[in-house]
Design a binder for this molecule. Structure first.
Ligand SMILES: Cc1ncc(COP(=O)(O)O)c(C=O)c1O
Ligand SMILES: N[C@@H](CCOP(=O)(O)O)C(=O)O
Length: 468
């Protein structure tokens, strides 16, 4: 399996290289050259298998032989042994034909752990084989950061620097990043919003001298392996409610478009999908884009679902590449227009194709709170604000024959204030996370400035000092 950039101007790589690359050198994102195909019999055969066994079958074709089967199996087993539920990602029914796919049983209570626990092991494995070190830099609106730090803390071959928007993440999210004591963990509170953090990380990747000097790697969903690990649960959940014998719909609380792009990938691989639904909070750039064909930035506002307060939705570029027949020049032109003028227009044909595959809906602050309250009152089930957005948008779409699976992207205990205000119930933090709430915090506060943050990384990354 080979990987190509969405912008068509970067070296073609194998899986192991893509794993360590992050952003492609032409500023694009890597995609597999072709989609592995699973026929209906193979998909039906996933029924009754463990999450780990399905993960191995789904992930293996993408590795192109760069990871030995026995190593891949071991790393998958180790990654999902960190989850608190034996099914790894269980389904909970909340209405006759509607389910929540609980993706938050990993160590940091958000869906990011599903990919990050595996990514940490895969990167460590490849770095050890090459006797290399890496400097990981990531941007977070709250959840990626904690999951990345948990996956990489104490690992000898990596330093991990996470940029988060100061004052815009929940207390639990911040503490997950600021309380680990390992020397390779660096939490950077940036005086800006998530889009600023993400732009700075991309700026570092596009600054080749710096990138090469520090051995830069990325763990945001610009890294293909993040998306890859998330494809697995679309198959596991779909089969559990009747695929491939009937199509299944998924509603995905969306920000950076990584999670829903994994659903798109599952569909391209043979999973019968009725609807893929993009659900956003009031930062609704993706909903507007589907409505109007114009991707237009308007400023981001803080919500009770902070992890989705995003305007520059990285992985939408992967979808654009798909909808434009992988024509790198078209993608480059749209991305150029976005960085110059804050907008771009999608042509009629790709837009029509997108509308065939995706539906979209938004959920305001009051609707989010009302959905948490109503769902709890009617079913006893407590939603976090991000998952509530998915449930609201799925409800607005109405029932169809296809079962609707809403991706449960975070545990309510990550956002206790918002959940308590909406439902009157204070969601308890799982016991093992309680010590973190009183532990000493360690963070560096930095301006939203590429140069300042590069200097900080270079002064603190062990890879630069040649300690490998
Ligand atoms: C809890 C939660 N829900 C939803 C999302 C949106 O996911 P994506 O960025 O993959 O669209 C995020 C952040 O990524 C998140 O942390
Ligand atoms: N919501 C995310 C934003 C970063 O997304 P990623 O999937 O690209 O890492 C977060 O919680 O940090």
């Amino acid at each position: 399996m080979r990987y190509v950039s969405t912008r068509g101007d970067a070296p073609v790589l194998d899986f192991a290289d893509v794993l360590l690359q992050g952003l492609a050198r032409d500023g694009g994102l890597y995609l597999p050259e072709t989609w592995p195909q699973f026929d209906a019999k193979t998909i039906a055969g996933f029924a009754g298998k463990s999450y780990q066994d399905v993960a191995f079958e789904v992930i293996r074709p993408f590795t192109g032989g760069t990871i030995k089967d026995a190593d891949l199996k071991r790393m998958i087993d180790e990654a999902y042994a960190t989850f608190r539920h034996p099914a790894v990602t269980p389904l909970v029914q909340i209405a006759p034909n509607r389910f929540v796919l609980e993706l938050f049983h990993g160590p940091t209570l958000a869906f990011k752990d599903v990919a990050m626990q595996l990514l940490g092991r895969l990167m460590d494995h490849v770095l050890a084989e090459r006797n290399q070190r890496a400097t990981i830099v990531g941007a977070t609106s709250g959840d990626t950061g904690g999951a990345a730090i948990e996956a990489f803390r104490g690992r000898e071959r990596t330093d991990v620097f996470i940029l988060f928007p100061e004052g815009r993440v929940s207390d639990v999210q911040r503490r997950q990043m600021t309380t680990p004591t390992e020397a390779n963990v660096h939490a950077l509170a940036v005086e800006g919003n998530f889009d600023d953090c993400q732009a700075i990380v991309k700026g570092m990747f596009n600054h080749f001298d710096f990138r090469d000097r520090v051995g830069l790697s990325g763990v945001n969903s610009i890294n293909w392996a993040r998306i890859l690990a998330q494809i697995v649960y679309y198959f596991v959940a779909g089969v559990a409610v009747g695929a491939p014998h009937r199509p299944v719909s998924f509603t995905v609380p969306t920000g950076n478009f990584g999670d829903i792009f994994a659903g798109y990938a599952a569909m391209r691989m043979g999973m019968p999908v009725d609807k893929l639904v993009i659900a956003t909070n009031r930062n609704d750039i993706l909903v507007r884009t589907l409505e109007t064909g114009r991707y237009e930035m308007r400023g981001v506002s803080a919500t009770i679902s902070p992890s989705m307060d995003i305007q520059i939705s990285s992985n939408f570029e992967r979808l654009l590449a798909e909808m434009h027949g992988r024509d790198g020049a078209s993608v480059k032109a749209m991305m150029g227009s976005l960085s110059q003028s804050g907008s771009f227009t999608i042509g009629d044909v790709p837009l029509a194709e997108m509308r065939k595959l995706f539906a979209a809906g938004r959920c305001g602050e009051d609707q989010t709170a009302a959905t948490i309250a109503r769902t709890h009152a009617e079913t006893g089930y407590l939603l976090d604000p991000h998952t509530a957005i998915g449930v609201h948008v799925a409800e607005e779409l109405g029932d169809s024959e296809a079962p609707m699976i809403v991706l449960g992207t975070a545990h309510p205990a990550k956002f206790p204030a918002a959940v308590k205000a909406a439902s009157g119930v204070y969601p308890a933090l799982p016991e093992q996370l309680e010590p973190m709430m009183t532990a000493t915090e360690r963070q560096s506060v930095l301006p939203a400035d590429l140069g300042a943050i590069e200097r900080h990384v270079e002064e603190n990354a062990r890879a630069v000092k040649g300690t490998a």
